[in-house]
Design a binder for this molecule. Structure first.
Ligand SMILES: [Zn+2]
Length: 381
């Protein structure tokens, strides 16, 4: 069995912030100043490019920053590295533009950022300057803003590299990017198959575990449906419609965050317990319209799972799921059944099992028999 040695990873940790009203104003003001600087730097580069077809460079613009801070006192309260990062963002936008031009692609010229189109600022060397966690992660000290309460729902790991303050609707978040060492878990020869489930089950394992999406997540989804109906009833252009739209957007963000968190925890649990996780390959899973509703969520989950497995030196294998929901996991008898039949009863050997547990068992077995055609060297004990 070959082991893939993982390299250093960059890992992002996103936490909700709870700023006081004055802190919120400071965050908003910093964001607004960064946006103005971005637009000014963009303007300068556009003009230089138009005039002479030449580029004002990143370093040249960076050199002007102390001057900006000297002449415009409002910029004094913003950390110099945050401002440098703004210049870097302009530089990246231009680099992307030139790359697309060179490749002969349709290249949109870098655009000015309107209000609401610029929603974050970054401390590029957060490990050494600009932000600092306090009180064992209950608060974070942010340069120019002060000590802000945060919810550290999972621990930070690795070496802190950057911290980005991000506005999503009315909420603020901090995203820490850390560099983590490869962290292989001890060798584990246990393997499990998972079947991606239908409501209310998110997935079902070959060991008979039925994993449901957390209740709070289902509740939030029900709330979203109500909010969407509510929005549809509001008159176009009205203030109430605007409010309803904000509520829908907020719920969308909340659900996206909860989903991510659920995926992380579930993937972590599987990777901790099993050396190998076998799932149906979504690319090979055709005609699964009955299950199609959740497809987007699964793809994201499988990505998280693959990432965590690689980091831990564990294995994730996708197999062709054809017939896995029709075959008897014990004797191999094949029979098509309507999807609403939840219990698998084999007429040949009298095996009785939950349909999806049977499918998960078949998925696991397939990894044992199928040649390593999925880009993974593969052997099950
Ligand atoms: Zn059977």
């Amino acid at each position: 069995m070959t082991r893939i040695e993982p390299t250093t990873h960059k890992k992002a940790f996103k936490y909700r912030l709870y700023p006081t009203p004055p802190q919120r104003r400071d965050l908003e003001r910093t964001l607004s100043l960064c946006r103005q600087l971005y637009n000014a730097a963009l303007q300068e580069r556009r003009e230089a490019y138009k005039k002479a077809g030449q580029a004002v460079g990143f370093y040249e613009q960076k050199r002007h920053l102390p001057q900006v801070r000297a002449e415009l006192p409002e910029y004094k309260g913003v950390h110099s590295q945050v401002l440098q990062n703004v210049i870097e963002r302009v530089d990246l936008a231009f680099k992307g533009f030139f790359r697309r031009v060179k490749a002969g692609q349709k290249a949109g010229y870098p655009r000015f950022k309107g209000q609401g189109r610029y929603d974050s600022f970054t401390f590029p060397q957060a490990g050494t300057t600009g932000v600092k966690l306090q009180e064992r992660g209950k608060r974070v000290l942010i340069h120019g803003v002060g000590s802000v309460k945060l919810k550290l729902h999972r621990p930070l790991e690795g070496r802190l590299k950057t911290a980005t303050l991000k506005r999503e609707g009315d909420d603020w978040y901090i995203v820490f990017v850390c560099e983590t060492e490869p962290n292989p878990l001890p060798e584990n020869r246990a393997a499990i198959g998972i079947d991606l489930g239908t409501n209310p089950h998110f997935l079902i394992t070959s060991e008979g575990e039925l994993v449901e999406a957390p209740r709070y997540f289902q509740k939030a989804q029900a709330k979203l449906a109500t909010a969407q109906r509510d929005l549809a009833r509001k008159k176009r252009g009205s203030r109430r419609r605007k409010q309803a739209r904000r509520r829908v957007a907020k719920l969308h963000r909340k659900i996206a965050n909860q989903r991510k968190d659920f995926h992380h925890k579930l993937a972590r649990r599987l990777v901790n317990r099993y050396g190998t996780v076998v799932h149906e390959d979504l690319g090979l899973a055709r005609s699964r319209t009955a299950k199609g509703v959740q497809d987007a969520g699964w793809a994201a989950f499988l990505q998280t799972l693959a990432y965590k497995a690689e980091e831990a030196g564990r294995r994730v294998v996708g197999v062709d799921p054809k017939h896995t929901s029709q075959d008897c996991p014990v004797c191999g008898h094949r029979e098509r059944r309507p999807l609403w039949v939840r219990e698998y009863t084999c007429p040949q050997c009298d095996t009785r099992q939950h349909r999806d547990v049977a499918a998960a068992t078949n998925i696991l077995a397939r990894a044992r028999t199928e040649p390593a055609g999925m880009g993974t060297a593969w052997a099950v004990p």
